[in-house]
Write a protein that binds this ligand. Structure first.
Ligand SMILES: Cc1cc2nc3c(=O)[nH]c(=O)nc-3n(C[C@H](O)[C@H](O)[C@H](O)COP(=O)(O)OP(=O)(O)OC[C@H]3O[C@@H](n4cnc5c(N)ncnc54)[C@H](O)[C@@H]3O)c2cc1C
Length: 295
């Protein structure tokens, strides 16, 4: 079984950013990433530093990965199925098993998408998963938010500040939350999202419709916490709990990006990755120093 200083799970901005720090400090760094993560769905990004023109999520990922490879980060496409902790970490993927002194979980947050006809077709063309990211494009327009929990309400509030109207669509679910003023609610089951080039309307099971320019999916944020829980790291409300150094309660285990609480944004993921990487360097060096003192 091979061993490395650090395994970073996730090849999105948080994971790659962490790797840039650990590798430049000479650590043997392995990134295991399943796919391109959330950024693959981002058509154009214009709120990240350094680009005079909008950049696509895929462009951003590809150049991040190329930069990491250039400095010697080992990146493999695989899915991590478990982490075990016995003073060191054993990370199992579908294909291999690797030991590491430290692990950074940077697996993003899995956003649950309902099975609604037209949803996938209009992703990036009226269907969005992030009000902070895309709300700006709906200034003065009519939007809907699909969801019923506090995440959906948060997104609806975010959109209320820019959109002409915001309608919460619970898709048959009962919402117990207090609906803020200025947000309408429809509880009918949704049949489909329809339009020509972009979203134009949501059609309900009873044949009635609501005209809209955009549909935001906000069905709560799940995932990522599964891996953390396997090694006893604390989680809350679907997020991994970290301190200001991105450290979890498990020694040597860090988390960064969308899988921790706060903004779902590239800038935040990059900062947290950098911070986690910096802390991993200290941890690995202290660990090595401790071993040579004991020897
Ligand atoms: C449609 C859309 C538009 C957006 N627009 C913007 C924008 O304009 N500006 C902005 O700042 N942000 C935007 N975002 C948010 C941004 O994409 C995220 O905040 C950012 O990508 C988070 O980075 P991350 O590294 O934490 O997670 P991600 O980028 O989601 O990466 C997670 C990584 O973990 C991997 N992974 C997950 N589970 C496993 C596993 N079990 N084993 C191995 N690998 C695993 C994934 O394959 C992926 O490589 C947008 C998001 C979406 C969906």
């Amino acid at each position: 079984m091979s061993a490395v200083d650090v395994i970073i799970i996730g090849s999105g901005p948080a994971g790659v950013s962490a790797a840039l720090y650990t590798r430049r400090a000479g650590l043997n760094t392995l990134i295991i990433g399943r796919d391109s993560g959330s950024l693959a769905k981002a058509d154009k990004i214009e709120n990240y530093y350094g680009f005079s023109e909008p950049v696509s999520g895929i462009q951003l990922i590809n150049s991040g990965i190329a930069a990491a490879k250039r400095i010697g980060v080992n990146i493999i496409s695989d899915e991590v199925v478990s982490i075990q902790y016995n003073g060191y970490f054993t990370v199992k993927t579908k294909m291999l098993e690797v030991l590491a002194t430290c692990v950074v979980i940077a697996t993003g947050s899995s956003r649950k998408a309902p099975k609604i006809e037209g949803l996938e077709r209009f992703e990036g063309r009226g269907v969005s998963y992030c009000a902070v990211c895309d709300g700006f494009f709906y200034r003065g327009k009519d939007v809907c938010v699909i969801g019923e929990g506090s995440f959906a309400l948060h997104e609806a509030e975010e959109l209320k500040a820019v959109a002409r109207s915001v309608t919460l669509l619970t898709n048959g679910a009962v919402t117990t939350s207090n609906i803020p003023e200025g947000i309408s609610v429809r509880t009918d089951r949704i049949h489909s999202i329809s339009g020509d080039e972009t979203v134009e309307e949501v059609i309900f099971m009873d044949g009635t419709t609501v005209k809209t320019n955009g549909v935001f999916i906000a069905l709560g944020v799940a995932g990522s916490t599964d891996l953390a829980r396997q090694v006893g790291a604390a989680t809350e409300a679907g997020k991994i709990i970290v301190d200001e150094n991105m450290a979890t309660n498990v020694p040597g285990l860090y988390a960064a990006g969308d899988c921790t609480a706060g903004m779902l944004q590239v800038a935040k993921a990059v900062y947290e990755g950098a911070k986690a990487g910096t802390e991993v360097i200290k941890f690995v060096r202290n660990n090595a120093a401790g071993k040579s003192e004991r020897a």
